[in-house]
Structure formats: C-alpha cells, structure tokens
Design a protein around this ligand. Structure first.
Ligand code: GLU
Length: 381
C-alpha cells in the first residue's frame, strides 16, 4: 500500500487551475433547502482564489436534492422520470443561488450542463473545452453539472466525482478538489472504528486503496468513497492532483488550493508520465459501445505497458460495435482493464478472436497486420 499518514505532513504547490466539486449532502441545509450561507461562503473562497490569480471551475451536485422539497418529496423518489423532473426544478434553484452569491463577489457564472453524449463526441468535447477556456479567460466561473433531465443510463456520468475528473482533464486542471461530508480516505470506517486514521497522501491507487473505499454513505447524493477513489485514479493518469476534504471545514477550498496539507491528497503517479489528452478522452469521456474479454497473458502485456491489444488475447466479444467505436477491455472477472478505439467491428473481432496477427489477414484481408486496438488509441487503467 503506497500511502503516507498525517504525521508526515508536507505542503504542496499553489494550484493554477482548480476544478472543485461539491456534493449534495454538503450543499443541503435544514428542511431540504439549499444552504445559502454555505454557498455564500464557498463563493467567497472562490472569489478570493480568482483575485489571487487561480482559475476555478465549479462542478456542483444538488439539482435533484434541491428539487425534492419544492415538489413535495420528503425522501428521494426512485422513478427515473420523477428524479429528472426534480433535477429540472432543482437546477434552477441551484443556479439562481450561485448566481446571487457570486454576484455579491462581483463575479459572473456560466452554466454548463453535460452528458456523456456531449463529452463522448470528440468535436463536442473540444467545443466544451473552448467554451470553458473563454469563460475562464473572461473571469467567469463555469458552474457544471450533469444534464440530469435528459441523461439516461447509457449516457450518464452517474456521479459527479467522475464528472469532476473528466472536467479536470477537459480544462487541463492541475488540481481537482472533492468537497465531501467526510475529511478524506481513512484506513477503516471512522464511524465504526475508533482506530481509523486519515490517510493524508496516496501515491498510487492500487487494489489496497480501492479496498479501503466502500459503498455510498450519503442519503441525498450518489457518490461514495469508491467513486471518489476511481476519480482519483483518473486524475492520476492525467497527471493532476486530487484532494478529498471536508467541505464544511473553514476556508478549506482556499487553503487546499494554496497547497495546505488537508484531507487526502492523491498525487500524480511519479512513475508514469501524464497520458496525452486524446487518450484521456478515450478512457474517460465517452461511453462503451461494447467490450472484449482478454486472457491473463494479454492483461499482463497491457499492464506491463506500451503495447497494442491483439486479437490473439481476446476470449469473448460482447455487444455490437463498428470500427472506430470506443470499447471496453475487461479481464475474465469483468474488471475494466482498458478502454480504446477499436479497429475491428464486433463481427470481425468475433471472427478473429484468439488468432495470431498473420492469420487475421487471411480471414479479413483488410485487417492484415492491424491490431485490434492500437496502443495510441488505448488507455490502460
Ligand atoms: N447530478 C446530480 C444532481 O445534481 C448529482 C450527482 C451526484 O451527486 O454525484 O443532483
């Protein structure tokens, strides 16, 4: 396990461009209403950062949570269309509250609502990036959420921790901050185990770290520690730091962005150069059109680095996909190993699975010498 506990505290460089994500449970106050005082304080911290030359993109949850009370719900409903109606009402309240709070600080905000369909299309992704650049250049604070009213399962980010990691890659942030209802990642569940220790630094998100993150614990949001740790893995691949911290701690965002050692900081993987932007887009921004299952040999080859995925390692092909689609690469246990752009259709992958490359050309001449996924089009997690 590569971690350092709080005694070994160190300070970090000041961030230049920060993506900060606020969870629903941090945003909501008494009686199911948005906590305006908290939002005013947060806007104050962001304005302070902007005045100090730090650019900030806000990823906010809370649309569904803020829509519950106005529509008469005491608890979160289950039906997707009802949740989407709540999000539609709540997003208005959310953005109005932010707009008012930031106006007090002399700042304008720009609303950006995204689904995976938007980030999954390379051209829409690049346009979203340009829009955010312009907003930041003009001194505005982009306020991002998932477009919950239209997002259905296939095009969902699902949780705003993943969305924050994707936005971090989109804008080339050097720091992603997840403001949560817990101080950070602990060695055990601090609610049940008094010996649990806060982990202040994580250098590599490996299986032991994933094992520490358990399921969701929030009543109003969708994120749990698992989604945060997965988001941390994504930011590490991008060469970006990520901090999980207690959102309600005084001045926490400002202090974290200034490099204070607060919460759990996932530092970029030192043994790994940041993946290029296009690979990050392949790995995180889109949705899978299908998947291939690979054997242990192929998995080991991908993990040892640098190679393309060849048909010889493929044991199963799932779904229907075309050449040029993004597909997932999984191991026999269903664990996601990589994502990439396939040079084969699902039919071609099925026809050639288990074959050496020199045989492939005899079966499908146009694929002679062509890897199933070329290494430049493949992000290994
Ligand atoms: N997009 C959802 C909302 O604004 C929240 C998703 C999440 O909490 O991660 O209500």
């Amino acid at each position: 396990m590569s971690l350092v506990t709080s005694e070994l505290a160190t300070d970090f460089p000041t961030a230049k461009r920060v993506v900060v994500k606020i969870g629903s449970s941090t945003l909501m106050g008494q009686g199911g209403h948005l906590d305006e005082e908290f939002i005013a304080d947060l806007s104050g911290q962001i304005a302070h950062l902007v005045r100090d030359g730090v650019q900030v993109v806000l990823v906010t949850s809370g649309a569904i949570a803020a829509g519950l009370a106005p529509l008469g719900f005491e608890t979160r409903p289950h039906e997707v269309d009802v949740l989407q109606a709540c999000a539609s009402v709540g997003q208005v309240a959310l953005i109005q509250t932010y707009a008012r709070a930031f106006a007090q600080e002399g700042l304008s905000i720009g609303q950006v609502l995204l689904t995976r369909n938007d980030t999954g299309s390379r051209s829409a992704y690049l346009h979203a990036r340009l829009t955010m650049e312009r907003l930041l250049e003009m001194g505005c604070v982009p306020v991002v959420n998932e477009n919950d009213t239209v997002a259905v399962d296939e095009i969902k980010f699902g949780d705003n921790d993943s969305l924050a990691a994707i936005v971090g890659a989109l804008v080339g942030a050097d720091l992603v901050v997840l403001m949560s209802d817990i101080e950070g990642l602990y060695t055990a569940d601090p609610h049940n185990d008094p010996t649990a220790q806060l982990i202040s630094r994580v250098e590599k998100v490996d299986d032991s770290i994933l094992g520490l993150a358990s399921g969701s614990s929030s009543a109003v949001g969708t994120g749990g520690m698992m989604t945060k740790v997965r988001a941390a893995r994504a930011t590490q691949l991008a060469g970006t730091s990520m901090v999980i911290c207690l959102g309600r701690r005084k001045n926490v965002l400002y202090d974290v962005a200034m490099g204070a050692d607060i919460g759990t900081r996932f530092v970029p993987d030192a043994g790994h150069a940041p993946e290029p932007a296009r690979k990050l887009w392949i790995g995180f921004a889109g949705h899978d059109c299908g998947s291939v299952v690979i054997d242990d040999g192929a998995r080991a080859a991908l993990h040892s680095g640098g190679g393309s995925l060849l048909p010889v390692g493929v044991t199963r092909v799932n779904g229907t996909f075309s050449r040029g689609d993004v597909i997932a690469v999984k191991d026999e246990d269903g664990v996601l190993i990589a994502r990439g752009i396939t040079s084969y259709s699902s039919q071609e992958a099925e026809l050639t699975r288990g074959m050496k490359l020199d045989m492939v050309g005899r079966v499908v001449p146009s694929l002679a010498g062509v890897a199933l996924i070329h290494r430049d089009e493949l992000l290994v997690f």
